[in-house]
Design a protein around this ligand. Structure first.
Ligand code: NDP
Length: 315
């Protein structure tokens, strides 16, 4: 069997571009793990990914039963698993009120962090079973916006998990809808979830890399200003954001280029250092980036990991 990668949220944007980069030449099989099957099918076809190089499987990260069912369906397919890419995300910057999942958690943190945390924990044993010569990786897409050591990360509202009291209280709206227990802010909830993604990578590296042989990494692929991520933003923002990123900050990157960067973290033997946060210079050279103070807080990483395990009923 060919090496297999699961990419969540491969029906648009970065996930789709990475599916294309990995599925084009036939060396890899791509499992597109998506909540909208027909959208994913249309997208894969429009990108011209050869049919024999991908499989679409249903996954709704906002429903933990769906995550568990996905894992069962994947196992029934009897494919090997080499790499898991946690890419899907929602961003609700204009939401005035929190939305909750069927399990009762605030939607952005549930989708972007908790759903992926559950998926990664369940699939770890499958990755460990990959053949000896496999790269065995878990890649969780991070973001500069959750990184307060950058200019973009300092645009208010800033990410801040505080002492995680809101998460500890269940994030179900009865006591809290934000991880730090503060008032709901959709943009901040997204940034917080990205900090969770990056803390998870570092904590999984610390706890599990040596034990499992799996490499855990995160990345910021650049500002892919035209993806569906901004679909809920004001239309004026969506018009002005791409030229602002292209000509003013120069942080802009096309979906194609970002997809190639993510594909590199999946399969490049050189990008094999566990616990790393990868970024790219303007001439598209990868480098190990520095994380923010909050993301480098080992104690917070431990606490987030333990709380997430508890909320998800994992041991
Ligand atoms: P898109 O909105 O284009 O892609 C997000 C994907 O996530 C879509 O396929 C979407 O599915 C999927 N998704 C959303 N909710 C769920 C769910 N409940 N279950 C399963 N899949 C779901 O955005 P991007 O491509 O920009 O975002 C991809 C990743 O890149 C995210 O992790 C984001 O944080 C990160 N990122 C993006 C940057 C940017 O500038 N755009 C910069 C840095 C990081 P559907 O098609 O059905 O809506």
């Amino acid at each position: 069997q060919k090496p297999t990668v699961i990419i969540t949220g491969a029906s648009s944007g970065l996930g789709l571009a990475a599916a294309k980069a990995l599925g084009q030449d036939g060396d890899w099989h791509v499992i597109m793990a998506c909540r909208d099957f027909s959208k994913a099918a249309r997208a894969a076809q429009a990108q011209g990914i050869p049919k024999e190089n991908y499989t679409i499987m249903h996954l709704d990260l906002a429903a933990f039963d769906s995550v568990r069912q996905f894992v069962e369906n994947f196992r029934n397919s009897e494919r090997r698993l080499d790499v898991l890419v946690c890419n899907a995300a929602v961003y609700l910057p204009t939401a005035k009120e929190p939305r909750y999942t069927a399990d009762g958690y605030e939607l952005s943190v549930a989708t972007n962090h908790l759903g992926h945390f559950l998926l990664t924990n369940l699939l770890l044993e499958d990755i460990q079973k990959a053949p000896e010569d496999s790269l065995k990786r878990v890649v969780i897409v991070g973001s500069i916006t959750g990184n307060t050591n950058t200019l973009a990360g300092n645009v208010p509202p800033k990410a801040d998990l505080g002492d995680l009291r809101g998460l500890a209280a269940g994030l179900d709206g009865r006591h809290a809808s934000m991880i730090n227990g503060g008032d709901f802010d959709g943009a901040k909830a997204y940034k917080d979830s990205k900090v969770c993604n990056m803390l998870t990578v570092r904590e999984m590296h610390r706890r599990l890399h040596e034990k499992t042989g799996v490499t855990f990494s995160s990345l910021y692929p650049g500002c892919i200003a035209e993806t569906g991520l901004f679909r809920e933003h004001y239309s004026l923002f969506r018009t002005l954001f791409p030229p602002f990123q292209k000509y003013i900050t120069k942080g802009y990157v096309s979906e194609d280029e970002a997809g190639k960067r993510l594909a590199q973290v999946v399969r490049d033997p050189k990008l094999d250092k566990s616990g790393t946060y990868w970024s790219w210079s303007n001439d598209s050279e990868s480098f190990e980036n520095q994380v923010s103070e909050e993301v480098s807080d080992g104690e917070k990483g431990r606490k987030l990991y333990d709380l997430s395990m508890k909320l998800l009923g994992l041991k």
